[in-house]
Ligand binder design. Structure first.
Ligand SMILES: [Ca+2]
Ligand SMILES: [Ca+2]
Ligand SMILES: [Ca+2]
Length: 145
């Protein structure tokens, strides 16, 4: 049932967007995910690319994701806010939650953490953070090539 709801909401978003933004599979974020202990598990499970649709705001400042890559490769993590007035940032951590890299651009700029070597037997954490500007939706692309 939950899968159907996710599917229907993605379908609705595609219909609303009326574009081909979603060239790859998407899942929806699952709150609460406000700290590493609550991180939403993202199984790549054969996917090379997967998108996560979520929302951050003044009252929901952090979304945490636990990435289980299931494949080795080079990462490309991108965070795009739907509104160019939003300023969200992206952080990548290792399994001990030590920061590997962050991307903290100005509002209206896509955050990009690129070229990090990913190991298939490790886990990683991604954090989307509301920094400022308009609250709203984002598309987080996880790509391990
Ligand atoms: Ca959220
Ligand atoms: Ca959250
Ligand atoms: Ca930013």
């Amino acid at each position: 049932m939950k899968k159907l709801v996710v599917f229907l909401s993605i379908f609705a978003m595609i219909s609303l967007q009326g574009s081909n933004v979603f060239a790859y599979d998407h899942i929806n974020e699952d709150e609460p995910n406000d700290m590493p202990q609550e991180a939403q598990v993202i199984w790549l499970d054969g996917h090379r690319q997967l998108g996560v649709l979520g929302e951050v705001s003044r009252s929901d400042k952090e979304d945490w994701f636990k990435i289980i890559p299931n494949r080795a490769g080079t990462s490309d993590f991108e965070l795009e806010a739907f509104s160019s007035d939003s300023d969200f940032d992206l952080y990548l951590y290792d399994e001990e939650r030590s920061l590997i890299e962050s991307s903290t651009e100005f509002e209206g700029v896509i955050e990009d953490i690129d070229g990090i070597e990913i190991y298939d037997d490790r886990i990683y954490y991604l954090k989307v953070r509301y920094f400022g500007g308009r609250s709203g939706d984002y598309d987080l692309k996880v790509d391990i090539d």
